[in-house]
Design a protein around this ligand. Structure first.
Ligand code: AMP
Length: 583
């Protein structure tokens, strides 16, 4: 079905800087250096994301503005101003300094969305350390991989999650300190031997701290992201990324001073840091942080209660809202909403139009990834939307579709989505894996791993991944990680994992498994294997379907042919099978 263009007023005056009057011109004339003047910099001359997001607003006299409305999963309500955020992050920076954490050290955070996560995050940046947020739903294996690879010196954690991963802690030689946050005394006996109590240390810490004089290129944040092969890689970003977070917060999210903003992403993923912390707060905007999970009525209730005006969410969530029913939004007052955006997976045109029809405005899809650090392609507030398209590049960024040689192709042709290196929020390396980093570049382009098309008006349309990485509910899953966990089960001989199309989650993880002799293919065993992988990885990452096969298709060199498994699953042509091992 053809979806008509959703027309918008053709003026940027309201959302872009006053001198950027139209899109074509803004793209042509844009200069990051000029934009750089919008950031303050540290009094000592450097640049630090924490200063730009928090302290700057205090210096500018806006310290009493609310930075965060927090709603806990038990209905607790807390409010923090920029003054509070400054004081709390300073205190935590002092706690870290006392523990000996210094510039360049890695400090990881493994917990759900409580205010202390945010204080700690900015405290880490203030001492010049590199912050590594972890998705709180992870099981022990992904946490261990990430802490080991990064050589994290300190881990911030809640008592529950500490218990969940206690078996991996002895295997982490670089980990010197475990700081336990016992939010609102939720646990009776939160501490174990050697733990540092967040609450006790914060109580005696000073609220004054001079932010370490980090420079634009100093590392700030690392996020692990999955590939087709091997363990996840730590994509490292620099403090200057704040510039692009701020800019895209204006251009794509349409953030204004008086907005109440809500980003539903977890800070364990890059959207939750770039757009759940940096973009709103570098723009001095008030945001809502909701600890609870997804429930359609709860989500609408949050919008109504806090009068959310700008909302940034994800396709799976939108499809779940659609499934929950068109009549539900009508029970809430959603009139505060002005602008809605989506990222993380393909946003189907039906969902864009559903927003328009049921909520009264369309969802604006935008595209980016862990490595790009910030939005690169977007449907803008005042530009026509082509439902199903990711939109057009932001000023200061050149994106293109290239062929196998890295040469730009004609509009309308499918190819690799590529970006000219040099944008501020670009990842600077994969931690301790320069070779992998270098392999992402060809002929002067950064290759994103996505396949796409560009139409003759410069709108980009997502086609799929160029590799075997699975996108389930917006989370990238490396098939290798899941296969490794599967074959640790005593019954599993071989495993091959693919993404199977799903109407809600875009893809689900499906595993094909062959068993060792002596094991029977029963539903009981299937459930047991699923439970085993879930406890090691995370519910969202473990296979939702397991199919038993006698043996898996392999190349002559013994590599499992996931491509073939997928083609067979989808009933598609099997393509080139010349390297297939003969049985
Ligand atoms: P991550 O690095 O985990 O943020 O995942 C990034 C990947 O998610 C991209 O490389 C795409 O494959 C996918 N993705 C993100 N945004 C979109 C979008 N708007 N449309 C289609 N796919 C997207």
């Amino acid at each position: 079905m053809e979806y008509p263009i959703i027309s918008k007023p053709n003026s940027y005056d309201d959302v872009l800087e006053p001198n950027l009057t139209n899109y074509e011109k803004s793209v042509q004339d844009f200069d990051w250096q000029e934009m750089r003047n919008r950031l303050n910099g540290l009094p000592s001359g450097g640049l630090n994301l924490a200063h730009e997001a928090i302290d700057r607003h205090v210096d500018l006299g806006n310290g009493s503005k609310v930075a965060m409305y927090w709603e806990g999963s038990n209905g607790e309500e807390e409010t923090y101003t920029f003054n509070d955020m400054k004081a709390q992050s300073n205190k935590f920076a002092n706690v870290l300094s006392k523990l000996g954490i210094q510039k360049g050290d890695r400090a990881f955070i493994f917990m759900g969305r409580v205010p202390e996560l945010y204080f700690a995050f900015f405290g880490i940046l203030k001492v010049g350390a590199i912050a590594g947020p972890l998705f709180s739903a992870f099981g022990p294996d992904p946490v261990k991989d990430r802490l080991l690879d990064s050589g994290a010196k300190v881990l911030l954690i809640t008592p529950d999650l500490r218990n969940k991963i206690s078996n991996i802690l002895p295997d982490l030689p670089d980990l010197e300190h475990i700081v336990v946050i016992n939010k609102n005394n939720r646990h009776e006996n939160p501490l174990q031997d050697g733990d540092v109590s967040y609450e006790a240390e914060m109580e005696s810490a000073s609220a004054d701290f001079e932010t370490v004089n980090t420079q634009e290129e100093d590392y700030s944040i690392m996020h692990y992201t999955s590939g087709t092969t091997g363990k996840p890689k730590g994509a490292v970003h620099a403090h200057i990324a704040a510039l692009q977070h701020m800019a895209t917060g204006k251009w794509a999210l349409d953030l204004h001073d008086e907005d109440i903003y809500w980003c539903t992403a977890d800070p364990g993923w890059v959207t939750g840091t770039s757009y759940g912390m940096s973009a709103p707060w570098t723009n001095g905007v008030t945001q809502v942080i909701y600890e609870g999970g997804f429930r359609a009525s709860d989500w609408y209730q949050i919008i109504q209660k806090y009068k959310v005006s700008v909302w940034y969410t994800a396709p799976t969530a939108i499809r779940m809202l659609m499934k929950a029913g068109d009549q539900i939004p009508g029970r809430y007052d959603l009139s505060s909403l002005r602008h809605m955006c989506s990222v993380g997976e393909p946003l189907n045109p039906e969902a864009v139009v559903w927003g328009q029809n049921v909520i009264g405005m369309p969802f604006h899809d935008n595209w980016w990834q862990t490595e790009t650090g910030a939005i690169l392609i977007a449907n803008y507030p005042v530009q026509d939307i082509r439902p199903g398209s990711m939109g057009r590049p932001i000023p200061g960024v050149k994106t293109a579709i290239v062929d196998d040689e890295g040469t730009e192709v004609e509009p309308g042709t499918e190819g690799d989505l590529a970006v000219k290196p040099g944008w501020p929020s670009m990842f600077r390396t994969y931690w301790k894996n320069q070779e992998m980093y270098d392999s992402k570049f060809k002929n002067g382009w950064y290759l994103t791993g996505d396949r796409a098309r560009m139409d003759s008006d410069g709108y980009f349309w997502f086609v799929g991944r160029a590799d075997d990485v699975i996108n389930t509910a917006g989370h990238l899953v490396g098939p290798f990680e899941v296969e490794s966990a599967l074959i640790e089960h005593p019954a599993v001989a071989e495993a091959g994992v693919i993404g199977k199309p799903d109407p809600v989650a875009f893809e689900i993880v499906k595993a094909f498994v062959s068993l060792h002799d002596g094991f029977e293919r029963t539903d009981k065993l299937r459930n047991e294997i699923m439970g085993f992988v879930r406890s090691k990885l995370a519910a969202g990452v473990a296979p939702r379907e397991i199919e038993f096969l006698d043996s898996l298709p392999k190349t002559r060199s013994g590599k499992i042919m996931r491509r073939l498994l997928k083609a067979r699953e989808l009933g598609l042509p099997e393509g080139d099978t010349s390297t297939l091992e003969e049985d």
